[in-house]
Design a protein around this ligand. Sequence first.
Ligand SMILES: [Zn+2]
Length: 248
Amino acid sequence: MAFRRLASLVFFALSACPMLPAQAVTREEVEAGAAKLYAERIDEARQRFELDADPVFLARVRRIAASLIERSALEPDAASGLAWEIHTTTDPEENASCMAGGKILVGQTYVRNLALNDAELAMLIAHEMEHALLQHNLKEAQEALRLEPEWQQQPYASLEYAIDHSESLMRKLDAFDVQQEFDADREGMRLAVHAGWPAAGLTNYFRKLVRHDPMANVDRREHPAPARRWRAAQALVRELEQKPGAPS
Ligand SMILES: [Zn+2]
């Protein structure tokens, strides 16, 4: 009897122990938060710059994205049920981004400066799409909770803010984020190849990044050096070409 009581007390203590697995962040929370932030960014782009200013460029981006979105439904391990939304901005600071749930923003100045052709633009968009397809925002939030479990006690919105603004948390997440960038490159290229884009044309995007960047060999905190991305892309093309029956 005493043993049973002790066992139940131990069980109760473990149940209440803060070292137990982090309180779960849900995909719904992350996607709702991203949708709100995206709406704010779109508003800002509309007020400070021009949103979807060039209908020809917008149509080009959406046409390329449509071919990738269609193919993504067939990819294993990709999130389904994403509510894709695609806009362009003249904000010179915007390269391209994709938030949880499939919220894409492409910078027209960035694409023009790199003079991206359709295959190179497909690589850029496929990379961004993979951040949503691989649920990178959700996985990053889960990693943040693992690194700093005290965020379990806070609402998700506080954690979401900290991931982008807390210097200590961001520093801890840097290596994780770098790996997510490589994963988005790799799976993005696979997706684009499966959608019918030529591998050589896709890798040219990374070559252009190297050519346009005087510090192409230097890693940036959460972003790997363009030269490393270029080498990884070339290795992946060799791997895809060696697989019998692989799409060309
Ligand atoms: Zn990325």
